[in-house]
Design a protein around this ligand. Structure first.
Ligand code: FMN
Length: 344
């Protein structure tokens, strides 16, 4: 399988399947000297962990992250960091009945066409469980970014079109009906200095969009006002530059903190749009892998809304992308090279 790695200097590879013994990440390119222990992962992992709210699957995983390499005496050494997360609560028997049926809205059909062999238990590699590894990598990226004064505020903005705070009754109703619905996650990144990102193929907004859309069930992403820009006028949309005591920024932030692929110093504003969870308890019609029509009743344990658990994943993907861009940016000017190596 190609494409399990992303990033150029801060490079993350995820591995493992939903119903295998374990999954995890290898993080290469993390600078040495970062204090890192298993405890650092607990807060982020519990934000993504199944079984933590009415919006999430009842699968109950501890999601403890073991560090197998890349640290010595609690500090990163600059070598690849191998992170292991054990799968302890998978019920593979739930999937035997539907082993040769294609779940509507899920990745089963594509896997069979592409690889000809598929781990049908829980979606294998295309399970939402894969994103636990992304969150583990995100913890490391956030720790590095934190040392540069960069922070994240991430929340579920709406569920099925209803503002998040007002959605509890709606979710209960949805659950009782065995249905699912879509959601929007808003991630705001504060403190990213101006000048991060490149102007053409490595635009910061392009890389953020790719990172976020690579999360299962994300169908769209906005940077700043995003798709609303297509309905705006230049006179309304353009962010006027202003001078502050600390330099130059923009007064408004319709562009979401990025112009020409390069950060402006304003907040970076990302919205991720999640489709409804494909696995629903309601009876559906589909086909078997041999093409015969059949009904499908999906058992297993599924999130009725993905956004709640996926907020941590959106934040982690943003963190990894921004850190990678910042590390790349250190080679943008000769003066940076000289200040690092000196004039010899
Ligand atoms: C955190 C998270 C949890 C998810 N939970 C489920 C789930 O319980 N059941 C399900 O069918 N899909 C779930 N998904 C979505 C599937 O992984 C995704 O829809 C599927 O891989 C197909 O990919 P696509 O929707 O990007 O086309 C979850 C995704 C994420 C990010």
């Amino acid at each position: 399988m190609a494409g399990s790695s992303f990033g150029t200097i801060f490079r993350v590879t995820t591995w493992g399947e939903s119903h295998g013994p374990a999954l995890g990440a290898v993080v290469d390119g993390c600078p040495s000297g970062l204090p890192l222990s298993s405890e650092d992962f607990i807060a982020m992992m519990s934000r993504r962990r199944p079984g933590s709210s009415i919006m999430s699957t009842a699968r109950s995983e501890a999601d403890l992250v073991e560090i197998l390499s890349g640290t010595f005496e609690g500090m990163t050494t600059g070598t690849p960091i191998m992170l292991l997360i054990k799968n302890t609560d998978h019920h593979s028997a739930d999937y035997t009945e539907i082993a040769d049926k294609y779940r509507p809205g899920h990745a089963d059909f594509g896997f069979d066409v592409k690889y000809g062999i598929r781990d049908y238990r829980g979606g294998g590699r295309s399970s939402g469980r894969e994103t636990a590894a992304r969150c583990a990598a995100g913890v490391i990226a956030e720790k590095v970014l934190e040392s540069a004064g960069i922070s994240f505020v991430t929340e579920v903005e709406s569920i099925g079109g209803i503002p998040y705070e007002e959605s509890e009754d709606f979710i209960r109703h949805l659950r009782s009906e065995g249905d699912s619905c879509g959601s929007v996650v808003l991630c705001t990144v504060k403190g990213v200095p101006a000048g991060i990102g490149d102007p053409v193929f490595e635009k910061l907004d392009a890389n953020l969009a790719k990172a976020v859309v690579s999360i299962g069930a994300v169908k769209s992403v906005d940077i700043g006002l995003g798709h609303q820009a297509a309905e705006s006028r230049g006179s309304m949309f353009n962010d006027a530059f202003v001078s502050t005591g600390n330099g130059i920024t923009t007064g408004t932030n319709n562009a979401g903190g990025i112009l020409g692929g390069i950060s402006t110093g304003n907040d970076i504003v990302i919205r991720a749009y999640f489709k409804p969870t494909p696995s629903i308890s309601l009876h559906q019609e589909t086909v078997r892998s041999d093409g015969t029509a059949c009904g499908i009743d999906i058992r297993g344990r599924h999130d009725p809304v993905i956004g709640k658990r996926a907020a941590a994943v959106v934040e982690s993907m943003a963190a990894c992308t921004i850190l990678d861009s910042m590390l790349i940016n250190m080679s943008a000017r000769l003066s940076s090279f000289r200040s690092f190596y000196g004039n010899k």
